[in-house]
Write a protein that binds this ligand. Structure first.
Ligand code: BTN
Length: 244
């Protein structure tokens, strides 16, 4: 695996830890400059969306966070989650893994979760955290999850994957910041799995049901429910009218 403070191509600074509570936590609390990648072999308290835990056993998967200081107004930071998803999806696609994207930031393979992205912000810093199941062979029965090795029947080197993925995520987040939102949304639609479908969106305690009709220019989801269009900036999507 990469050594701490090795500088890879693409202008990213990679820092590899054998164990952290959470790479997002370290990236948020430490004094790290733009384009730093914090990766860890395992996490003791990996964080998922909506306050969930991200199971992070050692020696198998990728857990990493990219530090950004976006020169965008805060209201536009949410779209960087789509940019990160597009960067990751295109990278895996180029490696021969046909993934889908589920708004706002899940990567799926044949309907099972392959990776998740969690954005967290503090002051002017934004951390893009990604957990990718790489070589894990088994998952708890209740989790509809998969890994690259289950999807492809081979084991994967995590160091190359980390360099490639972090590079593409950084590139697409930079493009988003440079005004290429529309192009990125067009790319997203090549991988999207929910547009045109009846979905349920969990937002706090509320569930909205309707049809996913489009993405807004800022990366929000436009949901049509009983003839009314709602613009959603966050939420947990399930395909179908009932929550899974
Ligand atoms: C999700 O719930 O789908 C998002 C999961 C994000 C997990 C990653 S693992 C690396 C980074 N550090 C964390 O604590 N969480 C993210």
């Amino acid at each position: 695996m990469p050594k701490a403070h090795a500088l890879f191509p693409q202008g990213l600074h990679f820092n590899w830890f054998s164990q952290l509570d959470s790479t997002n936590g370290e990236a948020l609390s430490g004094c790290w400059p733009e384009a730093t990648v914090i990766a860890s072999d395992c996490q003791k308290a990996g964080r998922g969306r909506l306050g969930r835990t991200w199971l992070s056993p050692p020696g198998q998967n990728l857990y990493f966070s990219l530090v950004l200081y976006p020169r965008l107004s805060r209201a536009h930071w949410g779209g960087l989650s789509l940019a990160a998803g597009v960067g990751a999806a295109r990278c895996l696609d180029q490696l021969g893994v046909a993934v889908n994207l589920k708004w706002p930031n899940d990567l799926l393979w044949q309907g099972r979760k392959l990776a998740g992205i969690l954005l967290e912000a503090r002051d002017d810093k934004l951390v893009v955290g990604m957990g990718l199941n790489v070589n894990q062979a088994r998952f708890p029965a209740q989790l509809p999850a998969t890994s690259l090795s289950l999807a492809t029947g081979k084991s994967w080197r995590r160091d190359y994957l980390l360099a490639l993925l972090a590079g593409e995520i950084f590139r697409f987040c930079s493009l988003w910041g440079q005004g290429q939102q529309q192009e990125i949304i067009t790319y997203w639609k090549e991988y999207d799995i929910i547009l045109g479908q009846e979905i349920s969106v969990l937002r706090g305690r509320e569930t909205l049901r309707g049809k996913a009709v489009n993405l807004s220019p800022g990366g929000g989801l436009i949901l049509e429910s009983q003839g009314v269009r709602h613009l959603l900036n966050s939420g947990e999507v399930s395909i179908g009218k009932c929550m899974e």
